[in-house]
Every structure is written in structure tokens, then in C-alpha cells.
Design a protein around this ligand. Structure first.
Ligand code: NAP
Length: 550
């Protein structure tokens, strides 16, 4: 590792190298990455835009925000002490507790001193003469580093809608990602929620219990299934602790990194009645069983998917009193599970409440936001608070917001204008010495997040260690290797029904130019964790084949 302030020759002028590695982002990935780097003696720092660490769990403070991963599969696995000490209080732990957990980890391992908060990175330019990155911060500072490691998050670039008048609203309004840190008084308020994705599905039932009046503005309904949350008592936590090895091993075998494994017994080996009985069981189980633990044909075969969708539609009809309203809440344009399935607690029953009303934007679209509410083509809804649960410029949005330039000053935003192109979602041709943790197209990003990123961080750390040990200072994937990965990405999409999804999985976002439906962006690795890591192991075993190292 280089020494502080070492001068790097290469071009006509020597340049001071401030760090061996800079990590951008102090979320779940950044926290573990800095731990590994510091342990190995790298001079490294984390630059975090937020006021504290935690990433997703720092920002998303909306009521109802919680895991849809079983809590004990979400925690870090790399410290036995941590596993022994931490008690997950709920099967699907809530945001405040998750934020507390990550803070606890950072304090326990004294990681905060390696982190800079409110350090907003605006640019990162690669200097090929000196083999380093210059990182520019909003406060005007520039910092140099040999290696740049991005841990920007998949869903960290929030996208409010672009309706006329958004800025004119005189009440309180915000995107769910920016839910205020101070308590919000909902009692006695008329609240509007725009959007019915995973975030809204968690938020709506909790807001409905507190607000005087809740109006949900739904453009398209979303399939959702019950979370079945519950407490984890001392005895159960002790039992979970005794099985941690087994739990993590199981997660490493499943495509999604969850405990739930696709059922390979064969959809057609069961009668429709047997399938229904089976789905009743899955529907009654906590977590993603009904989605990820289901017959694997439901992900790939239209007919199998349609039958499952009909079963879930009936569940919605059972749970919503008003049959006409129930039909509005049942998606008709896509099947169950081809978009990421939100897990809910009393979501559908919430529409039976007297203080909750659905405005169907497919019939009466929003025209504008006014000073006092939302105007649709049919009415003006007076509101005190508007909550935009309108999603994210997923995967690449956080990259687009930084002026990232590689060899020859070429901009990453230009290279990715029609969608990302990467090597294993880890590296990018033309952008040497840049590593992405949970970047677009990586296996880490498409799984139960910490399970994937731990492996990703370990791989990156081993790779950087290898470079150091061999005196290498520059790497980038070859163009051919990147193209091979892109082609594999496309092939994996072609096998899944989600290839047509009108969701962030395919790069759709109506609030971002160029992200229209139909222009598929290959964001998510669909081949499953085990296949991804097997392929990456082959790269490693081949002396990092596909990567130019100098
Ligand atoms: P999302 O799934 O993209 O949903 C956005 C919602 O807003 C959709 O209903 C969308 O309608 C609507 N919308 C967007 N722009 C609109 C506009 N201009 N006018 C009206 N409606 C508009 O976003 P999200 O709910 O934040 O969830 C994103 C992802 O975050 C999830 O897929 C999941 O990966 C993650 N998440 C996870 C959890 C968890 O349990 N751990 C919780 C929340 C979120 P259309 O469908 O018509 O586009």
C-alpha cells in the first residue's frame, strides 16, 4: 500500500495520492468494504452523502418501512461475535431497528472514523497518466485515490413525478426516500399517496391508521402478498443463532439468496386442486415463499403464471369488501411475480376503511398539483400532505448523478445512455481502477442484498490484494469480456417472464427521460446467485481472465 501523500509519477507532473481506495456510499456494502480494507492496511475512506451511515436504512424513514428479507438472513455473517450479540426483534425488522443495527456494527468495529458524512461526490475523473482517480465533492474539495469503489445503492436516486405544479403545493410534501427525520404529525390530516409500489404498499396501511383521510392515487395496481411479520423471542433467537451456519449456507444455494428455494418438483406433476392447496400454504407462510419458493415454472411459463395470478386475484377479492374496488386493485397487465412482489400487512384490508379512498389514475389521470392538493381530470382532492411513493431511477440513476469520466475523458453517462454495459456488474471497460459493489448487472444486486454483497466485497478485496501483492496499479475489463457478459445478461432475461415487466427491473421509469417501457435495460442479473458466483470463480481461477491488468 502507498504511504500518505505519496507522489505518483507517470505524466509530466507528479500528483499526490491521498488514498489507496475511496468507497462512495456508507450503506450495507460500503460498511463491510471499509472494514475489509482497513483490516488489510489500505489507506481508505468512505464518502457518504447522507448525515450518517446506513444507506437505504438511513434515508427511507417512511412509516411501515421494513425488511422483506427474514431479518436473520439480512445481517452480516462475517463476525461470530456480532451474530452472537445481535437479537433481531422481529422476523422482518423495521427501518429504525435496521439503522440501529448498522450503527451498532460501525461502532463495534470503530468504522465511523473512516467515514466522511455529508460528503457529496459530484465528479470522479480518471487520470490515465498517473493511474488515479480525482474525486470532487460538492464542498469543493478534490481527493485522489488509486482505486475507486462505488457502493451507491440500487435504489438511491429518488424520482418524484414531473406533474405541473409540484413546487406550488403549500402543504407538506416529499418523496418517501426523503421522509423527514423529525416526527410527522399525520393525525387530523388529509394525506395523499401517489404510487402503489412496494414502498406504498408498506406505507399505506400505517398512514391510514393515523391520518384523518387517506387518498391513494393509483396508476397501476401491483401484486402483493402477505408478509406475516411477528416477534422473535429470546428462545427463538437462540435457536436461530444455533443455526446461522445452516441458514447462510442455504441462502448461498438459492438463486435469490433467501431461505426460499424455487420448487423444482414440476408444475404439471400436480393437479390444479393440489396446486391451489399448495399455494394456500405458501400464502400463509411468512416472507417470499409464495413468490420465490413457488414452482419455478411460474417465473417462465405464461400458463403457470396465469394460474398462480388467478389464485392471488381471488385472495384480493376475498380481502376487499367492495367487489368493484377489488377489481381495481388486481393487476390485469402483468402476472404475479414478474415485477418484484411487495410484501404487505393489511394492505388490501386498508381499502375497507371509511377514511381511505382509491383514485384510479388509469380512468382519471392527474392533471397537476395545485397549491392545496391534486387535480385529476375528474376532481380536485384537497390535501394537507402529499407523499410521492413514485420509485427510483434504479441501478444507474445514482451513477448518472455523478460526472464519472474514464479514459480520454469519456463520460460513463454517455456509455450507459441506452443501458449499462459491464463486466459482471463489477467493472467497466474504459474506466480503469473502478469497482462497483452491487452495481447494475451484478449478482450482488439481484439477491437478498447482504448475502450477495458480502461475497462481492470479499471478491473485490481479494482482487485488490492480488493487485497489490503483484505490484499492479491498473486494471480494466477487456471490451470482449464486457460484451460476453452483456450477451449473457440478455440471454438470462430472455428466459424469464419479467423481461416484459413495466418496472425498474427492465429500466422503466416514467419520470426519467429515455426510460420508457419497451427500451429494455439489462439491470438485474437473472441467472441466480449460485450461477453468478460459479462464473466469477472461473474468472478468478483463470488468473482474472477477461481483465487487463498492468
Ligand atoms: P416502484 O416499485 O417503482 O413503484 C412506484 C410506484 O409509483 C408505482 O406504483 C408507479 O406506478 C407509481 N408512479 C411512478 N410515477 C408516477 C407518476 N408520475 N404518477 C403516478 N404514479 C406514479 O417504487 P417503490 O415502491 O419505491 O419500490 C422500488 C423498489 O424498492 C422495490 O421494487 C423493492 O426492490 C424496493 N423496496 C423494498 C422494500 C422492502 O420491503 N424491503 C420496500 C420498499 C421498496 P406504475 O406502476 O404505473 O409505474
Amino acid at each position: 500500500m502507498t504511504e500518505q501523500g505519496v507522489r505518483v509519477d507517470g505524466g509530466s507532473v507528479a500528483v499526490a495520492l491521498d488514498y489507496d481506495a475511496i468507497v462512495i456510499g456508507a450503506g450495507v456494502a460500503g460498511i463491510y468494504q471499509i472494514k475489509r480494507l482497513v483490516d488489510l492496511g489500505f489507506r481508505a475512506t468512505v464518502l457518504e452523502a447522507g448525515g450518517d451511515l446506513g444507506g437505504t436504512w438511513y434515508w427511507n424513514r417512511y412509516p411501515g418501512c421494513r425488511f422483506d428479507s427474514e431479518s436473520y438472513t439480512y445481517g452480516y455473517s462475517w463476525s461470530q461475535e456480532l451474530l452472537d450479540e445481535w437479537h433481531w426483534k422481529e422476523r422482518f425488522s423495521s427501518q429504525p431497528e435496521n439503522y440501529r443495527y448498522l450503527s451498532y456494527v460501525a461502532d463495534k468495529f470503530d468504522l465511523r472514523r473512516h467515514m466522511q458524512f455529508e460528503a457529496v461526490v459530484t465528479a470522479a475523473h480518471y487520470d490515465d497518466d498517473h493511474g488515479l482517480w480525482t474525486v470532487t465533492l460538492e464542498d469543493g474539495r478534490t481527493i485522489t485515490t488509486r482505486f475507486l469503489i462505488t457502493a451507491l445503492g440500487l435504489l438511491s436516486a429518488a424520482t418524484p413525478p414531473r406533474y405541473p405544479g409540484v413546487d406550488t403545493f403549500q402543504g407538506q410534501s416529499w418523496h418517501t426516500y426523503y421522509w423527514p427525520h423529525e416526527p410527522v404529525e399525520l393525525a387530523g390530516k388529509r394525506v395523499g399517496v401517489v404510487g402503489t409500489g412496494a414502498t406504498a404498499v408498506q406505507l399505506i396501511p400505517v398512514v391510514a391508521e393515523q391520518a384523518e383521510q387517506l387518498t391513494v392515487f393509483q396508476r397501476r395496481p401491483n401484486w402483493a402478498a402477505p408478509l406475516h411479520n411477528g416477534p422473535i423471542g429470546d428462545a427463538e433467537m437462540a435457536e436461530i443463532r444455533s443455526r446461522y451456519d445452516e441458514i447462510f449456507e442455504r441462502c448461498s444455494r438459492t438463486p435469490g439468496g433467501f431461505e426460499h428455494e424455487p420448487d423444482r418438483r414440476g408444475f404439471t406433476n400436480f393437479s390444479p386442486e393440489e396446486r391451489r392447496a399448495y399455494w394456500e400454504e405458501l400464502y400463509a407462510m411468512p416472507g417470499f415463499g409464495i413468490w420465490l419458493g413457488n414452482f419455478r415454472e411460474t417465473f417462465m411459463d405464461e400458463e403457470a403464471n396465469a394460474e398462480l395470478s388467478a389464485f392471488i386475484a381471488d385472495k384480493i377479492r376475498d380481502r376487499v369488501d367492495d367487489p368493484e374496488l377489488a377489481e381495481k386493485l388486481i393487476p390485469k397487465d402483468h402476472g404475479f411475480g414478474v415485477q418484484r412482489v411487495p410484501l404487505e400487512t393489511n394492505y388490501f384490508e386498508t381499502y375497507n376503511r371509511d377514511n381511505v379512498r382509491l383514485v384510479d389514475l388509469s380512468e382519471t389521470p392527474i392533471e397537476c398539483i395545485t397549491e392545496s392538493g391534486i387535480r385529476t381530470t375528474a376532481e380536485h382532492v384537497e390535501l394537507d400532505i402529499i407523499v410521492y411513493a413514485t420509485g427510483f431511477d434504479a441501478m444507474t440513476g445514482a451513477y448518472d448523478r455523478i460526472d464519472i469520466r474514464g479514459v480520454g475523458g469519456h463520460r460513463l453517462a454517455d456509455k450507459w445512455a441506452d443501458g449499462p454495459s459491464t463486466f459482471f456488474g463489477l467493472m467497466i471497460h474504459g474506466f480503469p481502477n473502478l469497482v462497483m459493489l452491487a452495481g447494475p448487472q451484478s449478482g450482488s444486486a439481484s439477491s437478498n442484498f447482504p448475502r450477495g454483497i458480502e461475497k462481492g466485497v470479499d471478491w473485490v478485496t481479494d482482487f485488490l490484494t492480488y493487485l497489490n501483492e503483484h505490484g499492479h496499479t491498473r486494471f480494466q475489463p477487456t471490451e470482449d469480456a464486457e460484451e460476453a457478459w452483456s450477451s449473457h445478461m440478455r440471454e438470462m432475461y430472455s428466459m424469464m417472464l419479467m423481461r416484459n415487466a413495466k418496472s425498474w427491473f427492465t429500466g422503466y421509469n416514467s419520470n426519467v427521460d429515455g426510460h420508457e417501457h419497451g427500451k429494455t435495460r439489462y439491470f438485474v442479473y437473472n441467472g441466480g446467485g449460485p450461477r453468478y458466483w460459479r462464473k466469477l470463480d472461473e474468472v478468478t481461477g483463470d488468473d482474472y481472465g477477461g481483465i487487463d491488468i498492468a
